[in-house]
Design a protein around this ligand. Structure first.
Ligand code: C2O
Ligand code: CU
Ligand code: CU
Length: 461
């Protein structure tokens, strides 16, 4: 069976699943959200910017929600005249729903739709973005937040999502080219307009003296944020979706919260007690700090304390058996010269600068390349990430959660994650249980790196 046939038969299998579910009766029809890729205009800074891509009419991509463990349908229609595929970052879903072109589905052509259906096993803060035309569609705005709700309300007074990302605009607020090859070969291309929910320093009102669940999502293509919370106490309660098991320091100037592309952090933040007092979420940068968003206290004092919030219930992630874990090493570094990535409708930067284990990604195409490693279903593994480059790489694995063990550079907090920020020259070991079968994309989440070689596949069978 070739890959195309495989994809078609996987599609047929999910249709059977659908009919089986429908036979149980209309009452069991899963919640369904129709989403349509479309061109958008929006005021990101001073005047409207055209040429954006969203799933909402002239508005940012919507915040999507699902309930933990409950089957949910997202029906994605492609209203553009370029291909796409939607990926649900951090969700441990069935491989056929993962939205990776050629690996798990055929790219969605303009005018076509694809029905994504999955029951997210883990509660927390996740996000979605295209995995076909990734560079251009993400740079034009197509990144959104997906919240998986806990089955029991954790008891916050308010919820605040901040989808953090840059746009690259000229002085007339028109989009600039998203990348340059020179920068793709180095740290990647940064934007010049920093936004939260497509706004520059939005102000959100929340109950004075209340506890806010602040969900920080780095959906940028390049930027590594150094974030601090100014104006009141805060504590990190979840990391990359999962409730923390090892506590993290309160984000301060001395020790900011470092959030690489793809990463998320949930914080409990105590609002000031006085009406009109504010909390600022600040991005610290070498060329000056930037307030990403402001939370303003309103109404009478709720008088709540951070300690009023109970820990979030743990997600059902299997613990690796380290005594029986086989180690696989992955080297992130330069690629041989002159390799040209294949193009199968999903866009390419036309050049290759990076590789994993000296195997630069052959491109998003039907005849791409085989897995970097094949894992046995249910077995535990240690992955050793070795960064042989002077740049940082947020290393992301689809379909599985992993836990950091150790590093040659620093002490790592053992919290579940799907994206580990690998420092310059760092060697990091992480562990996982290969409990979700399929071919899973494995790549750097600096999109210019991903699209110029720093991508591979991990097979679980
Ligand atoms: Cu955010 Cu391949 O993923
Ligand atoms: Cu992902
Ligand atoms: Cu990278």
């Amino acid at each position: 069976m070739n890959r195309r046939e495989l994809i078609l038969s996987a599609g047929a299998a999910s249709v059977c699943g659908l009919l089986g579910g429908a036979a149980l009766g209309a009452a069991n029809k899963p919640p369904t959200t129709d989403l349509k890729l479309q061109a958008a205009r929006y005021r990101l800074r001073n005047t409207e910017t055209g040429g954006l891509v969203s799933l909402s009419a002239d508005n940012p991509p919507p915040v999507l929600t699902a309930n933990q463990g409950e089957l949910t349908v997202f029906n994605v229609e492609n209203g553009l005249d370029e291909f796409t595929a939607m990926h649900w970052h951090g969700i441990r879903l069935p491989n056929a729903m993962d939205g990776v072109p050629y690996l798990t589905q055929f790219p969605i052509a303009g005018g076509e739709s694809f029905e994504y259906r999955f029951a997210p096993p883990d509660a927390g803060t996740y996000w979605y973005h295209p995995h076909c035309m990734t560079m251009t569609q993400m740079a034009r705005g197509l990144t959104g937040v997906l919240i998986v709700k806990e089955n029991d309300d954790p008891g916050f007074d308010a919820d605040q999502i901040l989808n953090l990302r840059d746009f690259r605009l000229d002085e007339n607020d028109e989009l600039l080219p998203a990348y340059s090859l020179r920068r793709a070969a180095r740290a990647g291309t940064l934007g010049n307009v920093l936004t939260a929910n497509w706004l520059t320093n939005p102000v959100y009102d929340h109950p004075a003296g209340g506890i806010v669940r602040l969900r920080l999502v780095n959906s940028d293509t390049t930027r590594i944020y150094q974030l601090i919370i100014n104006g009141g106490p805060s504590t990190v309660i979840a990391w990359d979706g999962h409730p923390i098991e090892v506590s993290l320091p309160e984000p301060t100037k001395e020790m900011p919260l470092v959030l690489g592309p793809g990463q998320r952090a949930d914080l409990a933040v105590a609002m000031p007690s006085g009406e009109g007092q504010t909390i600022e979420v600040i991005s610290m940068r070498s060329n000056g700090n930037n307030t990403m968003a402001t939370l303003r206290a309103t109404g009478g004092d709720q008088g709540r304390k951070l300690s009023d919030i109970l820990p979030l219930p743990p997600n059902p992630v299997s613990k690796p058996d380290l005594s029986n874990a086989e180690t696989h090493e992955f080297v992130f570094g330069w690629s041989p010269e002159g390799v040209v990535p294949k193009d199968g409708f999903c866009g390419t930067l036309g050049r290759t600068f990076w590789s994993i284990n000296r195997m630069p990604w052959a491109g998003d195409a039907a005849d791409s390349q085989g897995p970097l490693a094949a894992l046995r279903l249910g077995k535990s593994y240690i992955f050793r990430f070795r960064n042989e480059s002077p740049n940082q790489h947020p290393v992301h694995l689809h379909g599985l959660a992993f836990i950091p063990l150790r590093s040659n550079k620093r002490k790592l907090a053992a919290n579940w994650t799907d994206t580990a920020l690998l420092l310059k020259d760092e060697i990091m070991e992480v562990a996982l249980v290969a409990d979700n079968p399929g071919d899973w994309a494995f790549h750097c989440h600096v999109i210019e790196h991903q699209k110029t070689g720093l991508t591979g596949v991990i097979r679980v069978e």
